[in-house]
Design a protein around this ligand. Structure first.
Ligand code: SME
Length: 150
């Protein structure tokens, strides 16, 4: 199912008529709308030279967490580990930053440009344990496409 979305994702990302920021915004909206278990979709990027993440384009409820220090929460841990982080049940995590009480699970996949971890895509779900290896491969694909325009 997710693989059917790949061509549309690439079309959005490679559309040179739109600003990069707008394309990322459209990617977030597209994913939230088309994948039932994606309830909040956003990009975080390394904030200049600082060891912190800054919220970029997102779709879903606004969050208070515009800045996340490296090491803090799921996102901050991925900034340091360079690894995908799948959280089937957020209640089982002690280093977790809650954005909304309705969120049950989360997946964060790092985004690499020339091998450097420059940010990540972060997805929250209101469903418990919805993410599979298919989500990981699909979101890695999304990030590889995004990396081409950064
Ligand atoms: N839950 C994340 C924080 C970002 S919000 O989900 C938008 C974390 O623990 O890093």
């Amino acid at each position: 199912m997710l693989n059917l979305l790949r061509s549309e994702i690439s079309e959005i990302i490679l559309n040179k008529e739109l600003e990069v920021e707008m394309r990322l915004q459209l990617v977030c909206q597209f994913l939230k709308k088309n994948v039932p278990h994606y309830d909040w979709v956003g990009f975080y990027f390394k904030n200049g030279d600082k060891n912190e993440l800054k919220l970029g384009p997102f779709a879903g409820e606004p969050t208070d967490h515009l800045i996340i220090p490296f090491g803090k929460g799921i996102c901050g841990q991925v900034a340091l580990s360079n690894q995908n982080f799948v959280v089937p049940d957020v209640k089982a995590q002690d280093n977790y930053i809650a954005c909304s009480l309705t969120v049950k699970s989360e997946i964060v996949v790092p985004l690499f440009v020339n091998g450097e971890n420059v940010g990540q895509i972060d997805i929250d779900s209101k469903t418990i344990d919805p993410f599979t290896v298919d989500d990981e491969r699909f979101l890695e694909y999304v990030n590889q496409e995004v990396a081409k325009i950064l």
